[in-house]
Design a protein around this ligand. Structure first.
Ligand code: SF4
Ligand code: SF4
Ligand code: FES
Length: 215
C-alpha cells in the first residue's frame, strides 16, 4: 500500500497508512511524551499527554491515524499548556517523585501542581500490597494508565485478574472483588510489571537488591 504524506513540525514524513501520528512522529525523530501508550498493549487515548494540534484541533497522537495531507504541530503554546495541565493533574493525584522521566517532563513544561491546591488524598494514600511472592503493588505511584489491565486481559495474557474501580482521585487499579492476586486468577506472568511505566509494580527481587539483601 502506498505511503501517506504528512507534515509534522514542518518535516515531510512518508508514513505507513496504518501508522498513528505518534509512530509517524517517532519515525522522523520527533519526540512526543506518552504515559498510557505502549507498543505491546492496546491502551491509547487515556492519559491525554500526547495531544498534538491538527488543523486547530487537539488530537491524541497515540490514537490518531495518519491522514493524507495532515499537518501536525507537536509543540506550540496550546499544546504545551495542555501537557502542563495533564502533568499537574497526574502529580496532584500520584506520588511522582520516584519517576525521573515524568519529573523531567514537569520541568520541561513548567508544570506546577501547587497552583491547583493541595495534593489529593485518595490514590496517594494507598498502602503497598504485598500479597504474592513475586511483586509488590504500590498504587500510590500509579498513574491509572491502564497498561497493566490491558496486559493482563485482552492485550497480552488473557487472564483478566485486574480490574478498575472508583471515580476521580479514588479511581484505581485493583483485582476483582479486591481479592488477593492469586485468588483473582493471576498466574504471575509478569506482563503487568513489564509494561508499567511508573515503578508502581515492583519485583520483590528488585526491592531486596535495593536493600542490599539476597535476591
Ligand atoms: S502477573 Fe498476574 S496480574 Fe500481572 S499480567 Fe500476569 S496474570 Fe495479570
Ligand atoms: S499500575 Fe502501572 S501500569 Fe497499572 S495503571 Fe498503574 S501506572 Fe499504569
Ligand atoms: S499516550 Fe496518548 S493519550 Fe496517553
Amino acid at each position: 500500500m502506498s505511503r501517506v504524506a504528512v507534515v509534522i513540525d514542518g518535516l515531510l514524513v512518508q508514513a505507513e497508512p496504518d501508522w498513528t501520528v505518534l509512530e509517524a512522529a517517532r519515525s522522523a525523530g520527533v519526540e512526543i511524551p506518552t504515559l498510557c501508550h505502549h507498543e505491546r498493549t492496546g491502551t491509547e487515548g487515556i492519559c491525554r499527554l500526547c495531544m498534538v494540534e491538527v488543523a486547530g484541533r487537539m488530537e491524541p497522537a497515540c490514537a490518531t491515524r495518519v491522514r493524507p495531507g495532515m499537518v501536525v504541530n507537536t509543540r506550540g503554546a496550546a499544546v504545551e499548556q495542555l501537557r502542563r495541565t495533564v502533568l499537574e493533574l497526574v502529580a496532584l493525584e500520584t506520588n511522582v517523585e520516584y519517576d525521573d522521566e515524568l519529573s523531567g517532563w514537569m520541568e520541561e513544561y513548567g508544570a506546577d501542581p501547587t497552583r491547583w491546591g493541595e495534593p489529593l488524598a485518595g490514590r496517594r494514600q494507598r498502602k503497598p500490597l504485598a500479597d504474592n511472592p513475586f511483586f509488590v503493588r504500590e498504587y500510590d505511584k500509579c498513574y491509572n494508565c491502564r497498561r497493566c489491565l490491558d496486559a493482563c486481559g485482552e492485550g497480552i495474557q488473557g487472564v483478566w485478574a485486574l480490574a478498575f474501580t472508583g471515580r476521580g482521585a479514588e479511581a484505581g487499579v485493583t483485582t476483582t472483588f479486591d481479592l488477593e492476586l492469586a485468588e483473582a486468577g493471576c498466574i504471575f506472568c509478569g506482563n503487568c510489571v513489564e509494561v508499567c511505566p511508573t515503578g508502581a509494580l515492583v519485583p520483590l527481587e528488585e526491592l531486596r537488591a535495593a536493600k542490599g539483601g539476597p535476591s
